[in-house]
Design a protein around this ligand. Structure first.
Ligand SMILES: [Zn+2]
Ligand SMILES: [Zn+2]
Length: 89
């Protein structure tokens, strides 16, 4: 994701909101157009399996569960694991 950099006065702004994020375009006074996309709140910029933070097991941030239970293959940190004594990885 390219950052938003200031290069002069903004004369017009377009925004487009979709499932993958909020796309912005700015027309600057010098004729340049800046375009960037910000992920929707609480999401990453790369939903799905291409997401570097994609976690196939649970809802923990990052690619791995924070408390993966060997007994039930669930994540105790996300309340997937109901084991009385989780055997954490
Ligand atoms: Zn989890
Ligand atoms: Zn468990």
């Amino acid at each position: 994701m390219s950052g938003h950099q200031e290069h002069g006065a903004v004369v017009a702004v377009w925004t487009e909101h979709s499932a993958i994020g909020h796309h912005y375009e700015e027309l600057l006074a010098d004729g340049k157009v800046l375009a960037w996309t910000e992920p929707p709140f609480g999401e990453t910029g790369h939903p799905g399996e291409d997401d570097p933070d994609y976690n196939p097991v649970c809802h923990c941030p990052g690619p791995t569960p924070r408390a993966f239970c060997m007994e039930c293959a669930g994540c105790a940190d996300c309340d997937q694991c109901r084991c009385p004594r989780p055997t954490l990885l």
